[in-house]
Design a protein around this ligand. Structure first.
Ligand SMILES: NC(=O)c1ccc[n+]([C@@H]2O[C@H](COP(=O)([O-])OP(=O)(O)OC[C@H]3O[C@@H](n4cnc5c(N)ncnc54)[C@H](OP(=O)(O)O)[C@@H]3O)[C@@H](O)[C@H]2O)c1
Length: 269
C-alpha cells in the first residue's frame, strides 16, 4: 500500500517539540491538513504562523493529552474543522532520566500518564472517526527503550513498552475497521527533548547531538506512514542495539550492568 498525504486530515500531538515540528513541516509540505496539539498555546501559535508560510492548512488546539476534556475538545475541533480524521500521530511524550532507586511513585505515574494513558485514551476517542477516514492509521512514536529497557530510563522504558504492546494488540483488532497501526521506534534525536524531562540525574554520557536530526526522524516517520510500515526502527544506534540485543540478550544485559556498576562505583563504596 502507498498512502498519499495530500488532503489527509491529521492530528499531531507534541507538535511543538523538536520532532513534532519536523513532522508537522513534512506533513504540511505533502499537502496534509494538520491539527497541532501541545499544551503551550504560544508555541502552537508561533508554529502555525511558520507553517502557514509553506501554505499549510493547519489549526492549533492547545491540549494536555492527560486531560480527558482536552482530548475530547481536540477530536471535536478536528471533526468540526476538517470534517473527519484520517491519521492520528501520538507523538507527545516526556522523559525522566535517573535510576529507580531514587525515583518516586509520582514520577512513575506521571511518565505513564503522558506517554501511555494519554495516547491510548486519545486513540479511543479518535477510533470511530478514523474508521470513517480515508486510508486511516494510528501512529505511535515509541522509542528504542520500548524494545529494550535501558538503565536510567525505567519509567520511560515501561511507558514505551506498554505503548508498543498496546499497538501490537490493536493491529489485529483495528484491522476489522481497516485502521492501520504503525509503531515508530526511534533512537537518540537531537530535538531538545531534555527540556521536558521530569528529572535529569542519570550519569551516562548522553550525546543527543550525535543522534538523528529531527528532520531525519520526521522523514523516516512520514515514509513509514506512506509505506504503511508496521514497525520502523530509526537511527543507527537504535538499530545496532536492538539487533545486538536480539541475538545476544544476556551479553547485552551484562554489558549494560557493567557500565552501570562503573558509573555508580563511587556510590557503592
Ligand atoms: N528526542 C529523542 O531522543 C527521542 C528518542 C526516541 C523517542 N522520542 C519520542 O519522540 C516524541 C517527541 O519527543 P521530542 O524529542 O520532540 O520531545 P520534546 O522536544 O520535549 O517535545 C515534546 C512535545 O510534547 C509536548 N508535550 C509534553 N507533555 C505534554 C502533554 N502532557 N500533553 C500534550 N503535549 C505534551 C510538548 O509541548 P508542551 O510542553 O507545550 O505540551 C512538545 O510539543 C516523544 O514521545 C519522545 O518520547 C524522542
Amino acid at each position: 500500500m502507498s498512502r498519499g498525504l495530500t488532503g489527509k486530515r491529521v492530528i499531531l500531538t507534541g507538535a511543538t517539540g523538536g520532532i513534532g515540528r519536523a513532522i508537522a513541516k513534512s506533513l504540511v509540505t505533502q499537502g496534509a491538513q494538520v491539527a497541532l496539539a501541545a499544551r503551550t498555546a504560544e508555541s502552537l501559535d508561533e508554529l502555525v504562523t511558520a507553517l502557514k508560510r509553506y501554505g499549510g492548512d493547519v489549526i492549533a488546539v492547545p491540549t494536555d493529552v492527560t486531560s480527558p476534556d482536552d482530548r475530547q475538545r481536540l477530536v471535536e475541533k478536528v471533526i468540526a474543522t476538517f470534517g473527519g480524521l484520517d491519521i492520528l500521530i501520538n507523538n507527545a511524550g516526556i522523559g525522566s532520566w535517573g535510576h529507580f532507586a531514587t525515583s518516586t511513585e509520582e514520577i512513575v505515574r506521571r511518565v505513564i500518564e503522558v506517554n501511555f494513558f494519554g495516547p491510548v485514551e486519545l486513540t479511543r476517542l479518535a477510533l470511530p472517526h478514523l474508521t470513517n477516514g480515508v486510508e486511516p492509521c494510528v501512529v505511535l512514536v515509541a522509542s528504542m527503550c520500548g524494545r529494550k529497557g535501558m538503565p536510567a530510563w525505567p519509567e520511560y522504558s515501561a511507558s514505551k513498552f506498554a505503548l508498543v504492546g498496546m499497538a501490537e494488540a490493536w493491529r489485529a483488532e483495528f484491522a476489522r475497521f481497516d485502521v492501520d497501526v504503525l509503531t515508530i521506534v526511534p533512537g537518540m534525536t537531537d530535538s531538545g527533548f531534555r527540556k521536558n524531562w521530569i528529572r535529569a540525574e542519570g550519569k551516562a554520557d548522553l550525546r543527543f547531538e550525535r543522534g538523528m536530526t529531527p528532520g531525519d526522524l520526521a522523514t523516516g516517520i512520514v515514509r513509514a506512514i506512506q509505506g504503511n510500515r508496521t514497525e520502523t526502527v530509526l537511527g543507527g544506534e537504535a538499530r545496532r542495539l536492538l539487533r545486538f540485543n536480539r541475538y545476544f540478550p544476556r551479553l547485552t544485559d551484562w554489558l549494560l550492568a557493567r557500565k552501570v556498576k562503573k558509573l555508580y562505583a563511587a556510590e557503592n563504596s
